[in-house]
Design a protein around this ligand. Structure first.
Ligand code: HAM
Length: 440
């Protein structure tokens, strides 16, 4: 007989797994609402071109794409950001700014299978559009942190690495690089931690020729920077044009605003200046940031940054934007590893414990009445001994048992037992709803 297993990288959620998934979504939603973000969603299937032109080459190689029956080249979404930019571009004039939106949905990437990376994963996306200043970064990085502390994780468990593509561009310009060469260098920096040194130098040679070793040393020096003062010092060692100096001063003021804002919220301890983050996606323009577990055991928990040009590229007006995505896979692994994934029972209000067929008739009427009033009620679908039924009531987490024995049937009542303190009262059927309201 043929066996049909699920596809590699696609998860099945049995109820106990689904409970964990629901827990993650619940906290994400609560936190996004606390920051007053509105929930939205985009299509799961998009035209292939949306991602080949907007997401960049890394994502392009991972697309789940095919031709649909109408001959269209389409792709499951690998990320939500291009769809969001298009949605905002289409209604830009009617939307009140800043636009603060969040979404929780599935994304698909045909990745090489590895720990923390699947082919279907759920992402929380949070974005602010229409605010150019670093106050938007403060709000989003704070939200990224709250989305993790909401699960009981703390400064010992994770941190946010904050970097800046603007600053990198300024640095590379100060070193004499321009345009495509800058983009190429950033592409190499993105691979810095993952590639052997000879390979890095070979890639830099293609950009800088015989200055490759010098460029490597300059990049290494920049990667060591861990404070705003150290950025200033690094630039001070170079000959800067007036224009670059002025842009640098403005940028360092932006850095101060982000770091001071987060410190004022009491979140300074979660954030580390780390210029090794440049992000692989094509559209980022300014600050970029990623959250990691502190022990370095897992891949990134979340990542994002500023993308000020994307809405215009989607046919909209100039619209600065910044946002991040947080996946459920690495987060779930980290919560389990740190003992922060609670055990769940979807507890019920009542469990009907029923003697025989005649009693079942009375029980069914009460069960239906309570359910239509909004209570959760369970009973055994086939006859069982009382003892077994009480055990089932306990494992279902019921707060009260409704007992239907021959004595109760004769008296026209149901015996209501509080399963926590074992106290009991007889309640006539007609008064059951009233009694339930007093209890729950
Ligand atoms: P990203 O860095 O590609 O950014 O993904 C963000 C997060 O999604 C990652 O840190 C990781 O937790 C999760 N993730 C990504 N790929 C996988 C995978 N194959 N399996 C499991 N989890 C994964 C973006 O997607 C940007 N669109 C985020 C953004 C929103 N930027 C601005 N706004």
């Amino acid at each position: 007989m043929a066996t049909f297993s699920s596809l590699p990288g696609f998860r099945e959620f049995y109820p106990e797994d689904y409970a964990q998934r629901k827990h993650i979504f619940q906290i994400w939603r609560q936190v996004a609402r606390r920051f007053n973000f509105a929930e939205y969603d985009g299509p799961v299937l998009e035209s292939l071109e949306l991602f080949t032109t907007k997401s960049g080459p890394e994502i392009e190689s991972q697309l789940f794409c095919f031709e649909d029956k109408g001959g269209r080249q389409v792709s499951l979404r690998p990320e939500l950001t291009p769809s969001l930019a298009r949605m905002v571009a289409a209604r830009a004039n009617g939307l009140k700014r800043p636009i603060k939106w969040f979404s929780i949905g599935d994304n698909f990437r045909y990745e090489r299978m590895q720990k923390g990376r699947l082919r279907c994963f759920t992402q929380l996306n949070v974005d602010i559009l229409g605010e150019a200043g670093p106050s938007a970064e403060v709000e989003l990085i704070a939200l990224m942190i709250f989305s993790l502390t909401g699960f009981g994780l703390n400064e010992e468990d994770f941190y946010v690495r904050l970097s800046d593509r603007d600053l990198w561009m300024l640095y590379l310009r100060a070193l004499g690089y321009e345009g495509d060469a800058i983009a190429a260098v950033l592409g190499v920096v993105d691979k810095w931690e993952r590639m052997p040194e000879e390979k890095l130098v070979a890639m830099l040679q293609e950009i800088a020729g015989d200055k490759a070793n010098e460029l490597k040393a300059q990049i290494d020096a920049f990667l060591k920077i861990d404070s705003v003062d150290a950025i200033r010092e690094r630039f001070a060692s170079l000959q800067l044009s007036e224009e670059i100096q002025a842009t640098l001063d403005q940028r360092l003021a932006d850095w101060r605003q982000v770091l001071d804002g987060l410190a004022a919220m009491g979140l300074g301890g979660f954030v580390k200046l780390d210029l090794s983050i440049v992000r692989g996606l094509a559209y980022y323009t300014g600050f970029v940031f990623e959250a990691f577990d502190k022990k370095g055991e897992f891949r990134a928990l979340a990542g994002g940054g500023r993308y000020d040009a994307l809405v215009r590229k989607m046919g909209g007006p100039d619209m600065p934007a910044v946002g991040f995505g947080m996946g459920d896979v690495v987060l779930g692994e980290l919560l389990k590893a740190r003992g922060k994934m609670p055990d769940f029972i979807d507890a019920i209000d009542f469990f009907a414990v029923v003697g025989g067929d005649a009693e079942m008739q009375a029980a069914l009427a009460d069960v239906a009445l309570l359910r239509s009033a909004g209570y959760s009620v369970e009973y055994q679908l086939k006859p069982q001994a009382f003892g077994k039924q009480f055990k089932a009531a306990a494992s279902a987490g019921a707060r009260f048992a409704l007992i239907y024995g021959s004595e109760e049937l004769e008296k026209g009542v149901v015996k209501l037992r509080n399963l926590a303190d074992r106290s009991e009262t007889d309640v006539p059927h007609a008064q059951l709803l009233e009694a339930a309201r007093d209890l729950i």
